[in-house]
Design a protein around this ligand. Structure first.
Ligand code: MN
Length: 251
């Protein structure tokens, strides 16, 4: 199996090493990752600047460091490493959750999405911590993937979809199991903070407190809140098919 790995935390990120170590058990791995952290870059791509590619190695696998975003990395990888295509794109393991609406901001998810757009089976993987500054427990992610990635890969590949996997950042003994769930709602409160610079001019910094809605059952937010690994199949077709008939009835 020809495997392309990317992430949005950058080529030096611990989660990328963990994912590469696991993926090596399933086939030939090439890592193509941004030169530094590009989290929350969404599905952006670099059009107006050249992409520079530096060859290196990661966990004894060929690797390329790119001055671009995860989407750039997937497409550069398909050019320099797999000109005849590959069988699997893995993105992660992200150093934080990608739940609910996070998937629209996430560079990690965008990496998998770009794989799916290229017709390749793709999986995004994130460590979902509950408290800022708490340990990310990559060892739990490594253990879970070693046990379960093979099963996910045995499933038939549905084109133009990908999987979004969130592993609770807790000790593996505390993991209750796995749930196949839908996208939840994960909204941020007090998202933009106003501060003053040393010259008294205001500036704004985005962050904010995440409001989890674990009460909505069978969502990714609910699953990780209850110590389950959340596996969410995501379709590239964002059409609201229910509204098509409604709109057509008006226009
Ligand atoms: Mn990230």
């Amino acid at each position: 199996m020809r495997i392309l790995i990317t992430n949005d935390d950058g080529i030096h990120a611990e989660g990328l090493k963990v994912l590469t170590r696991v993926a090596k058990n399933f086939g030939d791995v090439v890592v193509v990752a941004p030169d530094y952290e590009k989290s929350a870059c969404g599905h952006g791509m670099t059009l107006h600047d050249p992409l520079r590619v530096k060859e290196t190695t990661l966990e004894d696998c060929p690797a390329y460091m790119v001055n671009g975003l995860p989407v750039d990395c997937v497409n550069v990888g398909l050019t320099v490493a797999y000109p005849n295509g590959c069988d699997l794109v893995l993105s992660g393991i992200n150093n934080g959750p990608n739940l609910g609406f996070d998937v629209t901001y996430s560079g990690t998810v965008a990496g998998a999405m770009e794989g799916a757009i290229n017709g390749i089976r793709s999986i995004a993987v994130s460590m979902a911590f509950f408290v800022g500054g708490a340990p990310l427990h990559y060892e739990t992610g490594e253990w879970w993937l070693r046990e379960n990635l093979g099963k996910l890969l045995e499933l038939p590949h549905k084109p133009l979809t990908f999987l979004n996997v969130n592993i609770p950042a807790i000790a593996k003994e505390e993991i209750e199991g796995m749930k196949v769930v839908g996208m939840g709602k994960r909204v941020y409160e007090d998202r933009v903070e106003r501060r003053d610079d040393p010259w008294g001019r205001p500036y704004y910094w985005q962050g904010g407190v995440v409001i989890m809605r674990p009460d909505e059952a069978n969502t990714d937010v609910w699953a990780v809140s209850n110590r389950f690994v959340a596996v969410t199949p995501i379709s590239l077709d964002w059409t609201d098919h229910a509204q098509i008939a409604e709109l057509k009835s008006v226009y």
